[in-house]
Design a protein. Structure first.
Length: 700
């Protein structure tokens, strides 16, 4: 019976029966409220398909939409010879809600439901709502066998329907059974939106098109030549010349796969919101091919985007755009400019899982191409902003800095969100107006300041030195410069190192504290600082002289020239009046300077540090550096009442000590001082100083 159906996965289906009763009319219907225009359409199309129609026992199928009622009608029409009036028919129509079309895998799930009434049948059965079991319906023969049998017919029909999408198509191929198999296969392949608009009839004796409702596909009798003349305005599928096309091959392959076809799965996903009808089939097939080709040929994404824009514009077809966007996202690292732009415009179409998995890679690809685009996305709304934020989190400081180097306009945006980029040398390499602002940003959080200064030093960008000193303060910069020079062990910095050292020497108190805290590890750095300053530059406001502390703590070898210069610098400082430890400084450096002068090895630059602070003995001895050194040291000890014991240790050479003693004994103050020296040496270690005590006694 018409309502006897198996239970399982199912949908509810309305039904109707048309037949003869004082004229062709509706005899039974389960649909309570059909729109008048739809009821009229159903009445017309449920009648015989043309004058003189000869219908075999199996009948024929007609499919068409009832748009105002939101139903799709699939009907089987049989001849009714039992009626007294010739040409009468029975038509059983299944009415499927448009929303349920997506649930029906093939029309084979419907064709077994039709029931021809008999004289004894109760017409009231057609007033019942059917429950359609979707588990029934695969063709008896395999889909591949179906394709093998009907390949030529299907090729012609596919080309006619989708190659000429605005035309009505007619064909006279095959038996009625063949036509039904072909028509239902073509309808089953379509996506739901196309299905509900598709009009077909498997046996038409005249064009069944109504005003504003043309039939897409009609089969005419194979042995009725007159019938073909009634369809002269239609495209005859059998007369089309076949050509080779990828989309056509894909459609045929899908028909061979049946309800599990990959193309139709794609069409169901992509076709829901594509505009138009049959004209979308061919470009969707091409898109399916391109999407499947992406794993083997990533450039296919570019072709797919171009196909989308050309076939559907730039705003429509969100379903297929989502599929292309998903495929593009999974190959983001290979995208070209068109593909990358497309995916950024359609991030909202990605499902949550794909977005979570691919957002970072999309951003990394974009960064490698155009870092400024990432910064632009930071000002956008999610999900674009999310991509930008994740990208900046994932990028290494090296990659970030490289992007800034290529696009300097991104520097401030990047630094604001990733301040650690300031620790990369190439971040500071270019000289630009943004660097002052960048330094302000780095200074707001001291976490990266030291590393940032180190990166600036390595960048050799001399313009940064004064800017950094103002931004971070002299203490922070000088400490970093000292550490940098300690590592490089350069006695005489050149270029940017010299510029940084000079820029960092703006606060004398800072220099004094740094030296006093033994922060300078190497003698080479002490020489570098000495060369950049003058002997009285560093104050000694309290405690021990910073230079005394620093020279005692620093380590490392120096060149002969470096040793001379540092010794001369310290000795000159001792001869001045700013140090609290002048006698100790003299004792530590006098021999190095004196014997270099004695051997004519003292450099001119070292002598220039000392010469202004040494007495001018006479015009005759002015050229004698040693004489002036001896007199300068003796005068300092005698006149400034330095430590007597320090005088006793001023030199390691006893003969030189005798010369110094003789100079000191020239006047009363000197002899008085020598007696203090003698007393201090006796109290300290008479045996060790016995020779020098005797020298003082001889001089006195």
């Amino acid at each position: 019976m018409a309502n006897e159906m198996k239970r399982g996965k199912s949908v509810r289906v309305q039904q109707a029966l048309h037949g003869y009763s004082d004229g062709h009319r509706l005899l039974a219907c389960s649909a309570a409220e059909l729109k008048p225009r739809d009821a009229k359409t159903m009445l017309v199309l449920s009648d015989a398909s043309g004058p003189g129609a000869t219908i075999d026992e199996a009948g024929y199928l007609t499919g068409y939409p009832l748009a105002e009622s939101g139903l799709y009608a699939i009907a089987r029409t049989w001849a009714a010879p039992e009626m007294t009036r010739p040409g009468c028919v029975w038509t059983h129509t299944l009415l499927i809600d448009f929303a349920d079309l997506a649930l029906i895998p093939t029309m084979d799930a419907l064709t077994h439901v039709f029931s021809r009434p008999s004289d004894s049948a109760a017409l009231s059965e057609y007033n019942a709502i059917l429950t359609l079991n979707l588990d029934v319906g695969e063709p008896v023969s395999s889909p591949s066998h179906f394709l093998e049998k009907y390949r030529s017919e299907l090729q012609h029909l596919l080309l006619a329907l989708y190659g000429r999408p605005k035309s009505r198509v007619v064909a006279s191929i095959g038996s009625q059974y063949d036509r039904e198999k072909i028509a239902t296969a073509l309808w089953s392949q379509q996506w739901p939106r196309l299905r509900r608009a598709f009009r077909f009839c498997t046996l038409a004796f005249s064009d069944r098109s109504l005003e504003g409702a043309p039939f897409d596909l009609q089969f005419i009798p194979t042995n009725d030549r007159a019938a073909r003349s009634r369809f002269s305005a239609l495209v005859d599928a059998e007369r089309l010349s076949l050509d080779s096309a990828e989309w056509l091959d894909a459609a045929l392959e899908d028909l061979a796969e049946g309800s599990t076809g990959r193309l139709r799965a794609f069409l169901r996903q992509a076709g829901g919101d594509v505009p138009g009808g049959r004209e979308a089939f061919e470009p969707l097939c091409r898109l399916h091919h391109l999407v499947n080709e992406i794993p083997r040929r990533p450039a296919a994404i570019e072709d797919a985007v171009l196909e989308l824009d050309q076939s559907f514009g730039t705003e429509l077809a969100r379903g297929v755009r989502a599929l292309v966007a998903t495929s593009a996202a999974q190959h983001a690292d290979t995208l070209g400019e068109r593909g990358l732009t497309f995916i950024l415009q359609h991030l909202d179409l990605l499902d949550a899982y794909t977005f979570e998995e691919q957002a970072e890679q999309i951003g990394l690809t974009l960064w490698s191409r155009n870092p400024s685009e990432i910064c632009r996305l930071l000002a956008a709304q999610p999900p674009q902003r999310t991509v930008a934020e994740r990208t900046l989190t994932a990028l290494s400081t090296r990659n970030l800095a490289d992007g800034v180097r290529r696009n300097p306009s991104t520097a401030i945006d990047i630094l604001t969100r990733r301040p650690d980029v300031a620790t990369e040398t190439i971040f500071w390499a270019p000289s630009d107006t943004w660097q002052s602002k960048a330094l302000e940003i780095v200074a707001q959080d001291s976490t990266h300041v030291d590393s940032a200064i180190h990166a600036m030093l390595a960048s050799t960008n001399t313009n940064l030195a004064p800017l950094a000193t103002r931004a971070f303060g002299p203490s922070r910069v000088f400490s970093s410069v000292v550490a940098w020079l300690d590592d490089k062990r350069e006695e005489e910095p050149k270029g940017s190192d010299a510029a940084w050292l000079i820029a960092s020497l703006v606060d004398r108190g800072v220099i004094a504290r740094t030296l006093s805290q033994k922060a300078v590890r190497t003698n080479t750095t002490l020489v570098a600082i000495a060369r950049a300053t003058h002997p009285d530059f560093v104050p000694n406001d309290y405690g021990r002289d910073p230079w005394w502390t620093a020279t005692a703590a620093a380590e490392g070898d120096l060149s002969e020239q470096g040793r001379q210069y540092l010794s001369a610098y310290i000795l000159s400082r001792a001869l001045g009046d700013c140090s609290h430890n002048p006698d100790e400084l003299m004792t530590a450096t006098f021999d190095a300077v004196y014997f270099a002068a004695l051997q004519s090895r003292l450099s001119e630059e070292a002598w220039r540090l000392l010469e202004p602070r040494l007495p001018w003995a006479s015009w005759w001895f002015g050229w004698d550096h040693c004489q002036r050194l001896r007199e300068g040291v003796v005068d300092a000890f005698v006149d400034r009442t330095f430590s007597p014991l320090m005088f006793g240790e001023i030199t390691r050479d006893d003969d030189l000590f005798i010369q110094l003693t003789e100079l000191a004994a020239r006047n009363g103050r000197g002899r008085s001082f020598l007696r203090d020296v003698k007393r201090a040496m006796k109290e300290t270690d008479q045996y060790r100083f016995r020779y020098r005590i005797r020298a003082i006694e001889d001089a006195l």
